[in-house]
Design a protein around this ligand. Structure first.
Ligand SMILES: Cc1ncc(COP(=O)(O)O)c(C=O)c1O
Length: 358
């Protein structure tokens, strides 16, 4: 039985993506690979809103999230913490042997620009980690405003995770002044897991060149040196790169603005459903994610039961809440290839099931 994933990643992968992955293998040092890698760069740079290169890493996002801190943190990193993934980045920073300060708010609350400014003034940091879209609680941080604050701290290298928001709304890296922008394959790009994408500014590369313990696998200078040859440092997941190439062509054909609009409309359908069903969104009003909805289970629905019926009768699945929010919330993804028709189908199914079990 194939069950369609409406969880916030991994999400449903289309037959055309799987078909792209089944292309015959090529050598990663071959001219064919170099052509492929180089032909993808302009499309990737357009999506990232950057003139900087976009490196491809055969790892999940955590690989480059950890690696980025090790590459640019000289003494102390500030971790902006507002949910499971951003909280974990603090632990990951400490495990890398760095001093790591916390700017922590309750899950569902945003990182406020004023709080960021205060924290940066209170100590001398040389890097900051920010998660744009906290997938665990469906909260989207005010990234442009946070980046405005960072412009006043030129020593601080910004590392921004857009894992679950990338390609669902504009995140213009250069315009916002982001040094390191990271995303992963299994969220809105609707590819299988295993590929991370990372774009790095010149000043972040310069900082990396002054660092001793960058490691090898996630050494940004290795990525840059290989990028200049149209390659990756080590043997990459070529099948996922074929899939990414196909996805970039699909995005170009749809038009990036249309893609943003489709995500906003699909997200609005979920929000309207949440209201009509008498639920509430979990994050602070005004800070809800556009790619997924984290819904307070105010009607105390038996979510495992709901998901069991959804899976068995409709071959779909949503998420039953992350970590400490399990059961208290549920999450619905609208990212990737979803259309208003596929979102309405899911929401109608949920309506039917809730009417039966509530
Ligand atoms: C916002 C965010 N950052 C990072 C990660 C970690 O990604 P991965 O498990 O692919 O390393 C996730 C995974 O869900 C995420 O949602």
């Amino acid at each position: 039985m194939s069950v369609k994933l409406f969880i916030p990643g991994p999400i449903a992968v289309s037959p055309s993506t799987y078909a792209a992955m089944a292309r015959p293998m090529i050598g990663h040092r071959s001219g064919e690979f170099v052509n492929l890698y180089q032909s993808m760069q302009p499309k990737l740079q357009a999506l990232f809103g950057t003139k900087d290169p976009v490196y491809l890493s055969t790892s999940s996002a955590w690989g480059v999230m950890e690696g980025a801190v090790n590459n640019v943190c000289r003494r102390k990193v500030l971790n902006c913490m507002c949910g499971a993934f951003s909280d974990k980045w603090n632990d990951v920073s400490l495990r890398g042997g760095h001093e790591a300060g916390k700017l922590q708010v309750e899950w569902g609350q945003p990182i406020e620009p004023e709080a960021l400014e205060k924290a940066l003034k209170a100590d001398s940091y040389d890097a900051v980690t920010i998660i744009h879209n906290e997938t665990s609680c469906g909260m989207m941080n005010p990234l442009p405003q946070l980046m405005e604050v960072l412009k006043r701290f030129p020593e601080v290298i910004s590392i921004v995770d857009t894992v679950s928001s990338f390609s669902t709304l504009p995140i213009p890296k250069d315009e916002l002044g982001i040094d390191i922008l990271i995303t992963g394959s299994q969220k809105a790009l609707a590819l299988p897991p295993g590929l991370a994408l990372i774009s790095v500014s010149e000043r972040a590369l310069k900082r990396a060149s002054e660092q001793k313990n960058r490691g090898y696998y996630f050494d940004l200078l290795e990525f840059q040196a290989n990028h200049e040859k149209g390659m990756t440092p080590s043997t990459p997941c070529v099948a996922l790169i074929f899939a990414l190439d196909a996805k970039l062509q699909e995005i170009e054909a749809e038009g990036i603005q249309n893609r943003y609009k489709r995500h906003a409309e699909n997200n609005a359908l979920v929000h309207a459903w949440v209201k009509a069903q008498g639920f509430e969104l979990f994050p602070k009003p005004g800070y809800a994610s556009v790619s997924l909805s984290c819904v307070k289970n105010t009607r105390e629905i038996d979510i495992p039961k709901l998901n069991k019926i959804l899976r068995e009768e409709y071959e779909m699945v949503i998420d039953g809440g992350y970590g400490k929010l399990k059961g208290k919330t549920f999450r619905i993804s609208n990212m990737g290839d979803e259309t208003s028709a596929t979102m309405k189908e899911l929401l109608d199914n949920l309506t039917n099931i809730i009417a039966r079990i509530a």
